[in-house]
Design a protein around this ligand. Structure first.
Ligand SMILES: [Zn+2]
Ligand SMILES: [Zn+2]
Length: 238
């Protein structure tokens, strides 16, 4: 469970229409699926192509930047394993979805989270074109995004942990900043330790706009998750 999931749900009266749609899993408008099968494989399930150890393309989970998978992660394919065909499929599919609708937003959000999770910075990215540009460049370079010096591969198995880059929680701003290789990592709200901000300005804005009403609830949820995780760790003998 990452900060974004913890922060975004459970407060329907404080969510924007866009957040509600995202949260309530509104999967289709006019019955069109959000993902084509090839995009589903690639974006959701981590289809990895051209792996060194295996000439055949195969389906598998993308290695996560956690201590357990560190070696695999450091050998991961650039750009989420994108190929020119996949990027074309992505842009074509995206263009067919109702402009500005929930499906486009979901596809954008999903791709952005996958990229951030894989330490591909989406700092400032506002549109699908921005994300595709970033992937295109990384694909052409043939080199996966480097791991920043400040990044710690998490050894935590259950409960809240940092995986990949975080983005600024001032969504209402709206702020599109995300962590990057070259800047220090973002700071968390000292009270709940869930909301994450790129700057004091964003924290101040979000506090007024929403966070002061949410902070306590989010903190309580975090405590509950930590307690449940400790129980699971004991059960799993860790
Ligand atoms: Zn911000
Ligand atoms: Zn807080």
């Amino acid at each position: 469970m990452n900060a974004e999931d913890m922060y975004s749900g459970h407060h329907p009266n404080l969510m924007t229409r866009e957040e509600k749609e995202q949260y309530e899993h509104v999967d289709s408008e006019n019955g069109i699926p959000t993902y084509s099968p090839i995009l589903r494989d690639w974006i959701l399930f981590g289809r990895i192509t051209g792996n060194e150890d295996d000439d055949e393309d195969y389906l598998g989970m993308r290695p996560s930047p956690e201590a357990e998978y560190r070696q695999e992660f450091e050998r991961r394919s650039p750009a989420l394993g994108a190929t020119p065909e996949l990027l074309t499929e992505l842009t074509t599919h995206y263009a067919k979805l109702p402009a500005g609708g929930v499906q486009q937003r979901k596809l954008f959000n999903c791709l952005r989270s996958q990229m951030l999770r894989q330490l591909i910075s989406c700092d400032g990215a506002k549109s699908m074109d921005d994300l595709v540009d970033i992937l295109q460049k990384e694909m052409e370079s043939g080199i996966p995004s480097p791991v920043p010096d400040w990044y710690k591969f998490s050894t935590v198995t259950f409960g809240p942990r940092k995986i990949g880059y975080d983005r600024c929680s001032n969504w209402l701003g709206p702020c599109h900043r995300a962590e990057t290789h070259d800047k220090p990592q973002f700071a968390r709200c000292s009270k709940c330790k869930v909301a994450i901000y790129c700057s004091r300005d964003c924290q101040a804005f979000d506090w007024k706009a929403r966070h002061k009403k949410v902070c306590k609830h989010v903190a309580k949820e975090r405590e509950q998750i930590i307690r449940a995780s400790a129980a699971m760790s004991m059960f799993a003998g860790r």
